[in-house]
Every structure is written in structure tokens, then in C-alpha cells.
Write a protein that binds this ligand. Structure first.
Ligand code: NAD
Ligand code: TYD
Length: 331
């Protein structure tokens, strides 16, 4: 199969590309703007061809999709909630105009699309789990614009019969994740003896999904999903943020709990995410393989081993972002 993977140089996209090349023998073309979160190094060992362009560039997108592609998988997005609060602009552009450009190219060429989305489009849930029928209630500029992208993609099935499927994953973690997100940020801070900034009371709950499981769930939908359908790829483990941070402290050599610092909460902070993957299991047979205990050990081990990967990242843009986000909170 020849796949066009938009956003394939980011965290989940690059793990998906690695799996498809190494386990399925696919030919992969990655289409990525290489924002601060996208890196060619993430594609090491995959041999994937790379087109460096924005998904919103309609001519380049149409040309890429027209080049003998069997299916498009679209990961390209701005993905950090805190950045969406600081500067929503790129979120609106990429998720609205960018997603439009991708789905429009798929409509024109007849190439099927798998749109990658998030449980955050359903909002926050105190009890029970979201299903594919839950109403959309994005609460941050990130989740609201992702929800908009999903609805546009869905409308192409209803209106034009375009072959689209949507995958909504829960919070993912694993190798190659940019260190702005909770788990890699805490691992790197713990390793460097920096404070561990926990928002609010630390009792917000996230539903954790190891990245290789998410990638396999996406393959299951690509190969076995029905056009026009949404599939939730829910993680096997729920934990409060403070439980996650304490586990990381136990696993990182030299770290201790005195580094944990409670800081001012994120505005509009969703309390709990919980996503049911029952439909994906029932209809296609996917199940998560990696429980949190195993996944977090593998993730910490990867960051301990791959200083060469993260060290060049933590200056420049990251430093400036970190100062904006945490400077006053940690002062
Ligand atoms: P990431 O931030 O690591 O990577 C995003 C990639 O998209 C980067 O390579 C970036 O360069 C590229 N990109 C951004 N804007 C672009 C544009 N306009 N044109 C072309 N490329 C562009 O993100 P991730 O964590 O790998 O997330 C990938 C997808 O999965 C996103 O759609 C996200 O909403 C979804 N998702 C993420 C999580 C999670 O926990 N990280 C969970 C569920 C769903
Ligand atoms: P994050 O990794 O940003 O993912 P999302 O907001 O998309 O779920 O955050 C996960 C949880 O961790 C969320 O409840 C916010 C919290 N958090 C902190 O407490 N401190 C931090 O420095 C970060 C980045 C997140």
C-alpha cells in the first residue's frame, strides 16, 4: 500500500509510519510542515519520503494525493492545549483550512481518508466513558478546532460520499513525544533536577494509551473500518496526574518527590477523560496490548537512552515556550 501520512514527522505520526514500513512493508510519503513539533529525525530508519509543506497549501496537497496514493492518514495538527490558550491562531488555520484542504483533495481524487482526532472533542466526563455517540463539546481552542475539523470531514461523507473515517484517541505517550506534554516534560525535568509543575490539585484524570497501541488502532480502522464512521481508540489505563508524576519520580534515577510543585491551574482544565474502545474491539477486534506500568517504564527508558534526541530540543523555541508557560507559575 502507498500511504500519504500528513503530520508524519510528529510524535504519533512517526510511530505509525515506523510500524507501517517495518511491519506492513508499506511505501510511505510523509507530508509535514516541520513545525516546532515535527522533525525529520523522528523518521529515522523508515526510509519514508518527505514533502515539506503545510496541509493548507491546496495545490501541493492535491498534487501529493494524486501521486498514486492508496490512502491518506491525517495526523497534521497543532496539538498542545497550553499553546492553544497562549496563541490559538495556528490551531484555527491548521484544523479548519488545513483539514479542508486534505478532505477536499481526497474528494477530488477519490482517495480514502483516515482523520486522526482526539477524545478531547467530547469535553470532560465525571463518570463513565465517552462513546462515539457522545456529543461534541470541545472546551479549549485545541479541542474545539479539532471538533470543527472532525465535523467538516464527516460532512464530506454525508454530502459527497467521500470515503472518510475518523479515529479518536486518548492521551498518548511513548518515544518521540515533544517534551511540552505531561509525561516527557516530567521525565526531562526529573532527569535534570528541575521542578515538576503540577496544575491545580493534580487530581485531573487522563486515560493513557501507549503510542504503539494507538498506531495499531489506526491501522485497524484504515484496513477494517467503515466509511463515514467514527472509532474511539481508548487507552487501557486511567490515572490522576499526580499518580503519573509520582511514578515517573520513582523511575528516574536521582529524582525525588520534593521536586513536585503545585502551580496555578490551566484555564478551562478538563477534569477527566475516559474513552470507550468497545466499538473498535467489537467490530474490528482491536485491543490495547500495553498497560500503563509497562508503557511508562519503556517510555522513561527511551528518554534516558535518547539524550541525543531530546537535548537539541530543549533550547530555542522550547525554552521560550517554557518561560511563557511556567516562568510566573514557578517563580
Ligand atoms: P505532534 O505535535 O507531535 O505532531 C504534529 C505534526 O503535525 C508535526 O510533525 C507538525 O510539524 C505537523 N504539522 C502541524 N501543522 C501542520 C500543517 N499546517 N501542515 C503540515 N504539517 C503540520 O502531535 P501528535 O501528538 O503526534 O498528534 C498527532 C495527531 O493525533 C493530532 O491530530 C492530534 O490531535 C491527535 N491526537 C494526539 C494525542 C496525544 O496525546 N498526543 C491523542 C489523541 C489524538
Ligand atoms: P497534556 O500532556 O498537556 O495533555 P492534555 O491536556 O491534552 O490532556 O496534559 C495532561 C494532563 O497533565 C492535563 O490534565 C494537564 C496536566 N499537566 C500538568 O499538570 N502540568 C504540566 O506541566 C502539563 C504539561 C500538563
Amino acid at each position: 500500500m502507498k500511504l500519504l501520512v500528513c503530520g508524519g514527522a510528529g510524535f504519533i505520526g512517526s510511530n505509525f509510519v515506523r510500524q507501517r514500513v517495518l511491519e506492513n512493508g508499506d511505501e510511505v510519503v510523509v507530508y509535514d510542515k516541520l513545525t516546532y513539533a515535527g522533525r525529520e529525525e523522528n523518521l529515522e530508519g523508515t526510509g519514508a519520503k518527505l514533502i515539506v509543506a503545510g496541509i493548507e497549501d491546496r495545490e501541493t496537497m492535491l498534487a501529493a494525493v494524486s501521486d498514486g496514493i492508496d490512502a491518506v492518514v491525517n495526523f497534521a495538527a497543532e496539538t498542545h492545549v497550553d499553546r492553544s490558550i497562549q496563541e490559538p491562531d495556528a490551531f484555527v488555520k491548521t484544523h479548519a483550512l488545513g483539514t479542508y484542504s486534505v478532505v477536499e483533495a481526497c474528494r477530488q481524487t477519490g482517495v480514502p481518508l483516515v482523520q486522526i482526532s482526539t477524545d478531547e472533542v467530547y469535553g470532560s466526563i465525571e463518570e463513565g466513558s465517552f462513546t462515539e455517540e457522545s456529543p461534541l463539546e470541545g472546551n479549549s481552542p485545541y479541542s474545539a478546532t479539532k471538533a470543527g475539523g472532525d465535523m467538516l470531514v464527516q460532512s464530506y461523507f454525508t454530502t459527497f460520499g467521500t470515503d472518510v473515517k475518523i479515529c479518536r484517541g486518548s492521551n498518548s505517550y511513548g518515544p518521540y513525544q515533544y517534551p511540552e506534554k505531561l509525561i516527557p516534560l516530567m521525565i526531562l525535568n526529573a532527569l535534570r533536577g528541575d521542578k515538576l509543575p503540577v496544575y491545580g490539585d493534580g487530581l485531573n484524570v487522563r486515560n493513557w494509551l501507549f503510542v504503539e497501541d494507538f498506531a495499531r488502532g489506526i491501522s485497524a480502522v484504515l484496513e477494517g473500518g467503515k466509511a463515514g464512521e467514527v472509532y474511539n481508540v481508548g487507552g487501557p489505563s486511567e490515572a490522576t496526574n499526580i499518580e503519573v508524576v509520582k511514578r515517573i519520580v520513582e523511575l528516574v534515577p536521582g529524582a525525588d518527590e520534593s521536586l513536585i510543585t503545585y502551580v496555578e491551574d490551566r484555564p478551562g482544565h478538563d477534569r477527566r477523560y475516559s474513552l470507550s474502545a468497545a466499538k473498535l474491539k467489537r467490530e474490528i477486534g482491536w485491543e490495547a496490548q500495553v498497560q500503563f506500568d509497562e508503557g511508562i517504564e519503556r517510555t522513561v527508558a527511551w528518554y534516558l537512552d535518547r539524550k541525543d534526541w531530546w537535548e537539541p530540543l530543549i533550547d530555542g523555541d522550547y525554552r521560550a515556550y517554557y518561560e511563557r508557560q511556567y516562568g510566573a507559575r514557578l517563580a
